[in-house]
Ligand binder design. Structure first.
Ligand code: ZN
Length: 273
């Protein structure tokens, strides 16, 4: 599932289309991505409009068009955005396609857990303005984070880091990376952290967010074969995916277990219970 940095990467893919008019909207009206607004509604609203700007926050994207048209886009599990110079025909998984004079903007989503949301108005939609403060914003302070940990005092820390209402955009691999860098066991109760551990956690939450954005969203340009190509070997990232991985710091065999419904991976030496 795309996390913070992957979402930011895909947002940038439609940038070449900013300032361009949408001449034609092509949809697969039966796709599940139209479960909130119909393909017909979206087509009528966007045909002839100009793409003005794009925004990404957490796992959400928002595209602003002329005439007070806004399109929210969630990538779901397998969604991707692409910009192609010319595409003669809509591909099998291309459920939403915007044609401009010299390029085509594509939303490709094989599994269709993605979602399109139309909003008409001068201001962005409420679901967007009500998103929790981004982790790298000034509003995400140690106090805000610590108060949340206290409210979830009995929950394992790994499960709390996945709660989008306070850690927007953090997904499974980022949460494991944060805990590994902070040397915290994923099952430690959120209310049991010392003040020193809380300070470290806060720094690592921001650090991993910034590093992931830089390594993944910073690649720019056309879709590389592997979005993670710039992630260094020294991160837990490369070692966590399947059984048999070793900690890149001390070569200890990594452990894996489902915590809060998601597979967690940690180093038993770096992250003692
Ligand atoms: Zn280790």
């Amino acid at each position: 599932m795309p996390e913070l940095a992957e979402v930011e990467y895909f947002r940038q893919q439609w940038d070449p289309g900013i300032g361009g008019k949408i001449k034609l909207v092509e949809c697969n009206p039966k796709a599940r991505i139209y479960r909130e607004n119909s393909a017909k509604e979206i087509t009528e609203a966007l045909t002839g409009a100009t793409l003005r700007a794009s925004f990404a926050q957490a796992k959400q994207m928002l595209f602003q068009f002329s005439g007070g048209r806004w399109l929210g886009l969630h990538l779901g599990m397998t969604g991707k955005l692409l910009c192609v110079a010319k595409q003669p025909e809509r591909g099998k998984w291309d459920h939403f396609v915007l044609r401009q004079a010299s390029r085509t903007l594509v939303f490709r989503d094989p599994r269709q857990f993605g979602l399109l949301r139309l909003h008409i108005g001068q201001e962005p939609p409420a679901w967007w303005t009500e998103l929790p403060p981004a982790i790298l914003s000034d509003a995400f302070t140690p106090d805000v984070m610590n108060a949340f940990l206290q409210r979830r005092a009995k929950s394992p820390l790994k499960a709390v880091l996945l709660m989008q209402e306070r850690f927007p955009g953090i997904g499974n691999w980022m949460a494991d990376e944060i805990l590994w860098r902070a040397q915290l066991h994923p099952e430690i109760k959120s209310g049991k952290l010392t003040s020193e551990q809380k300070e470290t956690l806060y720094r690592k939450v921001r650090e991993v967010s910034a590093d992931a954005l830089c390594a993944i969203a910073g690649v720019g340009g056309e879709l590389p074969a592997d979005l993670n190509v710039n992630i260094p070997e020294s991160w837990l990232f490369w070692h966590r995916w399947r059984d048999g991985g070793h900690c890149p710091k001390d070569d200890e065999a990594l452990q894996r277990k489902a915590i809060g419904g998601r597979t967690s991976c940690w180093c038993p030496r770096c992250q003692r219970p």
